[in-house]
Design a binder for this molecule. Structure first.
Ligand code: F6P
Length: 367
């Protein structure tokens, strides 16, 4: 038995869901209960539940058998920032208020010794603010986008990449039958990790990511080149956050209730249309969307989620806080929340996978 102080911990999942959340909830709860005799409170719908006081004790049975289950048994929300909390007036108007005092009051009322916040960069920023306000918090990095700073990888990413790879494999056969250009739009927000890894895994001919500014003539040339080489199709993998040659990004909507008001989407359709107009070749677009976030986590994500969850519970139950668990050079470490809320982790231009992709003939639309 470790430190006697941290005996009651809260756990929540914030932001967009991803495969592996339940594996973390299971690992946190089992470790806390079995190794430390602690009780675990499951907070519903991310920070919304913390502000509104919605939570319940997690029984051992509730976290049993959920290792491979997609989504989150606790529910999640990307609209629950306590400092930017949307509330509906009697007239149906949405107003934004500072509700942090309510969140902190619930931590006190529930007598939490520590809050384990599982989420992406938005969640880590909120975790840091709570920590600065005196709430003991441990962060666990989740997101398919893989863009959380201070960790080499977030859980959920590997599953999303597998989905992209399988989708490209499937699209290749129909693209080949019809001699088409297939454009696949993938998620990832302002980072190109999913497009890069998924594109390389699926053997995409063109990969367009936010970190590399592309030119239309370069993309068109690649499509024409494949045509003249007698290749039966061209596969183009587009990150939703890619910047078009004029520097703009393609935004699906703005929603002030969200922690990040901007929702990206539509870049794939723009690229497909431009290719048809610029090359005369028939193009189709597939938006993978939330398929990348749904379903069962891969074995890699289950293992990573279990490592993160057990480490977070050990820290929480031994009185540590103000840190995020992270994977660095193969080892699980605890990094200060200040580091975890630094600049978004985007694809470095000197990443060896960019060089490897170029070596096998993949175009990033920049040459
Ligand atoms: O951050 C995860 C993510 O899936 C991004 O890749 C994507 O831009 C965003 O969430 C979509 O958000 P929503 O689920 O609100 O449409």
């Amino acid at each position: 038995m470790a430190d006697e102080k941290a005996r009651r911990i809260g756990v929540l999942t914030g932001g967009g869901d991803c495969p592996g959340l339940n594996a973390v909830i299971r690992a946190v709860t089992k470790t806390a209960q079995l190794e430390y005799g602690a009780s675990v409170l499951g907070i519903q719908d991310g920070f919304e539940g913390l502000v509104e006081g919605r939570a319940h004790e997690l029984a051992h049975q509730e976290v049993s058998g959920i290792l491979g289950l997609g989504g989150t048994i606790l529910g999640s929300s990307n609209k629950g920032d306590p400092w930017h909390y949307p509330t509906e007036t009697a007239r149906g108007k949405i107003e934004i208020h500072d509700m942090a005092f309510k969140a902190i009051r619930h931590v006190e009322r529930w007598q939490l010794d520590c809050l384990v916040a599982i989420g992406g960069d938005g969640t880590m920023h909120i975790a840091r603010r709570l920590s600065e306000a005196g709430v003991p918090v441990i962060g666990v990095p989740k997101t398919i986008d893989n863009d959380v700073p201070a960790t080499d990888v977030t859980f959920g990413f590997d599953t999303a990449v597998s989905v992209v790879c399988e989708a490209i494999d499937r699209l290749a056969s129909t693209a080949s039958s019809h001699h088409r250009v297939m454009v696949v739009e993938v998620m990832g927000r302002y980072a190109g990790w999913i497009a890069l890894m998924g594109g390389v895994a699926g053997g995409a001919d063109v990969i367009l990511i936010p970190e590399i500014r592309f030119r239309w003539d370069s993309v068109f040339r690649k499509v024409d080149e494949r045509q003249t080489q007698g290749k039966r199709f061209t596969m183009v993998c587009v990150a939703e956050g890619v910047r078009l040659p004029d520097g703009t990004e393609v935004v699906a909507e703005f929603d002030s209730k969200r922690t990040d008001a901007k929702r990206l989407g539509g870049a794939g359709a723009v690229v497909a249309r431009a290719i048809e107009q610029g090359t005369g070749h028939e193009a189709r677009v597939t938006v993978l969307g939330h398929l990348q976030r749904g379903g069962s986590p891969t074995s890699f994500d289950r293992v990573l989620a279990t490592r993160y969850g057990t480490a977070a519970a050990r820290l929480a139950c031994s009185g540590q806080a103000g840190v995020m668990v992270a994977l660095r050079d193969g080892h699980i470490e605890a990094v200060p929340l200040e580091q975890a809320t630094g600049e978004l982790r985007r694809v470095p231009l000197d990443h060896d996978l960019i060089a490897a992709a170029r070596s096998v003939g993949t175009s990033f639309g920049d040459h």
